[in-house]
Write a protein that binds this ligand. Sequence first.
Ligand SMILES: [Mn+2]
Length: 436
Amino acid sequence: MTYDPQLHTARRQEIVARMKREGGGVMLLPAADEKIRNNDAEYLFRQDSDFAYVTGFAEPTGCALLFADGRYLLFVRPKDVEREIWTGRRAGVEGAKEIYGATEAYPAAEVDARLPGLIDGVGTLWFRLGHDAAWDGRVARALCDLRARARTGTMAPARLTDPGLVLHELRLFKSPEELRALRRAAEITAEAHLAAMRDGQPGRLEFEVQAEIEYAFRRRGGTGPGYGTIVAAGANSTILHYRAGDAQLDKGALCLVDAGGEYDLYTADVTRTFPVSGAFTEAQRAAYEVVLAAQLEGIAAVRPGATVDGIHDQVVRRLAEGMVKLGLLQGSPDERVADNSVRKYYMHRTSHWLGMDVHDVGAYYVGGKSRTLEPGMVLTVEPGLYVAADDASAPEALRGVGIRIEDDILVTSEGNVNLTEATPKTANDVEACCVR
Ligand SMILES: [Mn+2]
């Protein structure tokens, strides 16, 4: 997020304090590299979340090294008058120290040459293996180099530890600054969903609605979508990770929109489902009420001491009752939960952490048990109901109906706050937003 010398220094101090409790050493955090989209055109750059969280440094390429003894190194792209004319200003090696607080800084091109010397004798190297193949290779070569020279007194780190152990635990608990960014992302996202409901008229194409949504994100100062925008018309809504395509929104069908704006590296994650005609059919409304009731119950269950699995189980139980009532399943709801047939119409989990990454970091299980919620955590609650278009066993009026309702919930000491409650959700409120 926006660089703030005090904030980022305090974060690094906290990380170092926690590293010391786990054996000290050095944490190596690669910055994201620019990625080629095709030929020489690049994807829009997005900084690595861990790297951004620790450094506040927005430029691509290089890495940070955080030593338990307090040293803080940055490898960055050096100043280059010629390149900067083409690709923009760089802080450079001097800026890395003077602006970003590095105790030492070097050109990114020197990483390979300097890395062995920097990790020699540190004992523990905090590095996330398996995240980036190029960096895995770099680290492996540095370790090999040190091991090969062991007779001369070099000592390769004996322990490789996942930085997530410290970093992702910190990121799981949102600070007031982070919550400000998330709330802003939520505000922008509410506006985008309102635009989608307004614009999602019969005859519109999915990508037209997507354009309205992403226009709202950008116009309000967001970076854009925090993940691929889903606009799913009709039976497309039963495909969980469908992207906005070119299907037409038909009168009588539903449209499912799963879209979240990113603001200052934090993203919202909101799903709403609205009737294209502006009014739910009786069957659609009945199914909608089932999902909404499950979602409201799931949100109400979010409080310190609750668990992600517990909330999921409660939501599944409520959905099973609804599925029986709607004629999708037969028998008793408990039996249908027990034999897992609920999965036919609800096949995903109810919650995930949310923050800089849409599926944010942080352990879901501690000691083999579903994690207990604590104040400062942010998670989604997003039950759904998806009836395949060719499901001959389902009531005809429900075939091809996909409904998901998703909000972003902050755990507080009193219970929770719904960060995305500004986006209309009751069937009546949604209809009222679908002005036709
Ligand atoms: Mn989600």
